[in-house]
Design a protein around this ligand. Structure first.
Ligand code: NAP
Length: 335
């Protein structure tokens, strides 16, 4: 695979599948060769829209397509375990949307499957592939703001989302936490690792999903992170990390940012930017997958599977504290 284009298969034809495919078709070293949907009609329409050669009306045919190097799973989270599992079982490499699965148990099953097959698997946590977020993490790791004391991050959308929308459907893993809260939680994990303890409160819908959730994560070092997510209020969607020697602020849209400001105590603020073309781009995660596949890797150092598992444990712990359980979950093992 060193010189040839990486051949992508797309599994599901919804909103993010279309957004990601639109970026893939513009990458010179990528080729989208197949798409699968639950219906042939939808697969064909998607294939026609993006000029994709093969359209399958079931997932199995895509999973068994030997001429696909990597499958991008873009179903609702409730179907990630089944869809990614099918592809891994058939020998495909997989990039799987966030939240990676409904819970840590499902995530462990997928990771074990990929590792036993020697296949590549990565959570589509595009924030971790964003060049400025990587720069920020490097600065923090190198001590630019001293020892990390606290992190704040939030992501809320005003909606309104009707009860029949994916975001409010328990059967599809609905709620603010898995869809939006995964970004603030992953941001805190990036800077501090897995928390030692979690407290949380949420407001639940009649259907039993979280409409808004606030959590306080704590570490043995004394660091704290406050994370908030909502599907009933458009929040600032900013992030900041404060240390013993300064602070870094990321403005609106922190998880796909093109700008942040470093405040070192006693110095003028320093702005870091990549320019607006970088903002909102999913191509960095696609490029990271292709780089890792060409290098013969089975996971990405930017989005390591152990990190994904840790985030899933924190999401489980938050859901445990606020009492959100999905219909398919008989037992949830909280952290
Ligand atoms: N990275 C990002 O920025 C980002 C942004 C938005 C969403 N996401 C994630 O991507 C995933 C999909 O989100 P989306 O907004 O694209 O959702 P969406 O627009 O509802 O699309 C999901 C697609 O999955 C298939 N599907 C629907 N219900 C299903 C079910 N019950 N079981 C299996 N497949 C089903 C459908 O495709 P077919 O009809 O073809 O089967 C549907 O079009 C979620 O996990 C979400 O968290 C990521």
């Amino acid at each position: 695979m060193t010189e040839q284009k990486v051949r992508w298969g797309i599994l599901a034809t919804g909103g993010i599948a279309a957004a990601f495919t639109a970026e893939l078709v513009d990458l010179p070293d990528a080729e989208v060769v197949a798409v699968a949907s639950r219906t042939e009609q939808s697969a064909k329409a998607f294939a026609e829209r993006f000029g994709i050669a093969r359209a399958y009306g079931d997932w199995d045919a895509l999973a068994r397509d030997e001429d696909v190097d990597v499958v991008y799973v873009a179903t609702p989270h409730s179907a990630h375990r089944a869809a990614a599992g099918l592809c891994l079982e058939a020998g495909r490499n997989v990039l799987c949307e966030k939240a990676f699965t409904l819970n840590a148990r499902e995530a462990e099953e997928l990771v074990a499957l990929a590792r036993s097959r020697g296949s590549f698997l990565m959570e589509a946590m595009w924030m971790y592939c964003n060049p400025l977020i990587r720069r920020l993490a490097d600065l923090v790791r190198d001590g630019a703001i001293g020892e990390v004391r606290s992190v704040h991050a939030d992501f809320g959308l005003a909606g309104p989302f009707p009860p029949q929308s994916r975001l409010r459907d328990p059967l599809q893993g609905g709620g603010a936490l898995l869809d939006l809260g995964v970004y603030p939680v992953s941001f805190a994990h990036l800077l501090l690792g897995e928390p030692a303890d979690v407290v949380a409160r949420a407001v639940l819908s009649e259907e039993g999903v979280d409409l808004q959730t606030g959590a306080l994560l704590s570490w043995e070092s004394g660091a704290l992170a406050s994370v908030h997510c909502s599907i009933i209020g458009g929040t600032a969607t900013t992030a900041s990390v404060t240390g013993s020697l300064g602070r870094i602020d990321i403005p609106y849209g922190f998880f796909h940012t093109d700008r942040f400001v470093l405040h070192r105590d006693g110095r003028d603020p320093e702005e870091f930017t990549t320019g607006p073309a970088e903002r909102g781009s999913l191509r960095h995660e696609a490029q990271e997958v292709m780089r890792a596949l060409r290098a013969g890797g089975t996971e990405s150092p930017l989005v390591p599977l152990d990190g994904t598992l840790a985030v899933m444990r924190t999401l489980d712990a938050i859901r445990d504290r606020v009492g959100v359980r999905y219909p398919s979950e008989d037992t949830l093992t909280p952290a």
